[in-house]
Design a binder for this molecule. Sequence first.
Ligand SMILES: Nc1nc2c(ncn2[C@@H]2O[C@H](COP(=O)(O)OP(=O)(O)OP(=O)(O)O)[C@@H](O)[C@H]2O)c(=O)[nH]1
Ligand SMILES: [Mg+2]
Length: 148
Amino acid sequence: MKSRILLIGGVGAGKTTLKQCLMNEAQSYRKTQMLEFKGFFIDCPGEYLQMPTYYRVLIDASHRVDEVWALQDAANRRTIFPPNFAKVFNKPVVGIITKIDREDAAPDLAEKYLRQAGVVAPILSISAREGIGIEPLVKRLEAFASDA
Ligand SMILES: Nc1nc2c(ncn2[C@@H]2O[C@H](COP(=O)(O)OP(=O)(O)OP(=O)(O)O)[C@@H](O)[C@H]2O)c(=O)[nH]1
Ligand SMILES: [Mg+2]
């Protein structure tokens, strides 16, 4: 299957959980250790965003996909995205605020971080755990499936 989406975001941002949710897999926590190709997704360890030596791995992976999904954890008061990082990709970058089910979620701050990261497309707020806000993402996947 052709990869369509590259998931990026800091350690624990919720990339793998979102992928599990959208692929109807049981949600089980397992740290992503390397680039993983599964269905439409390329999932990566959040560390790749923390270490500039790995940026080229992400940029390389982005050449294989149709779009990049950039995840920011709403419960994390910090961001790992360098300013305008989204601009290094020659592909549309969708911003996704994760874990909005959490009581300590601060979605406005997460949105600000994603905008600072250079995301210009609409930004979605989701909870992969509760299945909140994922319909637009399901639709995107369906569009890819019908175009396969
Ligand atoms: N409350 C809540 N927790 C979530 C949600 N999504 C993910 N988590 C939790 O956040 C933790 C990290 O999630 P992962 O999906 O493994 O994060 P990741 O971005 O793949 O992290 P790395 O593989 O380390 O880069 C896990 O304990 C998840 O259960 C969510 O929507 N709500
Ligand atoms: Mg992971």
